[in-house]
Design a protein around this ligand. Structure first.
Ligand code: THU
Length: 136
């Protein structure tokens, strides 16, 4: 199901705006993500870094975890805002795929321009998923 242009603009604007809340004192690479659920609700996330660098959590995963915490597990789209339209990391691709392989992934640069629009499935083809744990 294609998302409405107005809704798309809404998650783009939110990703751009929430990006300002990113906690990225070490990399200085701020990321904001805005996730549209099946029911039309929107959950945001930012990257949160740590002095123990490996404890960092990405913006996309924070947005997904927020949604799941609120009982929503089916997603239509995620807008991801960075400086340069950078692509979601492998861990975030895996987490997005768990809940919505067909969700739209929109990557934005610092001006809010769409650098790439694709799906979680295209970002992580042949992914390991819930089906792989079904037995018998
Ligand atoms: N980062 C994200 O938030 N999402 C990604 O998909 C890629 C990387 C963050 C993690 C870290 O805070 C910074 O960007 C540089 O890696």
């Amino acid at each position: 199901m294609a998302i409405q242009a107005e809704t798309k603009q809404r998650i783009i604007a939110r990703a751009m705006s929430i990006r300002e809340k990113a906690y990225a004192p070490y990399s200085k690479y701020r990321v904001g993500a805005s996730l549209l659920t099946e029911s039309g609700d929107i959950f945001d996330g930012v990257n949160v870094e740590n002095a123990v660098y490996s404890m960092t959590v990405c913006a996309e995963r924070n947005a997904v975890f927020q949604a799941v915490t609120h009982g929503q597990k089916t997603f239509q789209a995620i807008a991801v805002a960075t400086d340069n339209g950078g692509s979601p990391c492998g861990a975030c691709r895996q987490v997005m795929t768990e809940f919505g392989p067909d969700m739209l992934v929109i990557m934005l640069d610092a001006k809010g321009e769409i650098v790439l629009e694709t799906t979680a499935r295209e970002l992580l083809p042949d992914a390991f998923g819930p089906k792989d744990l079904e037995t018998g």
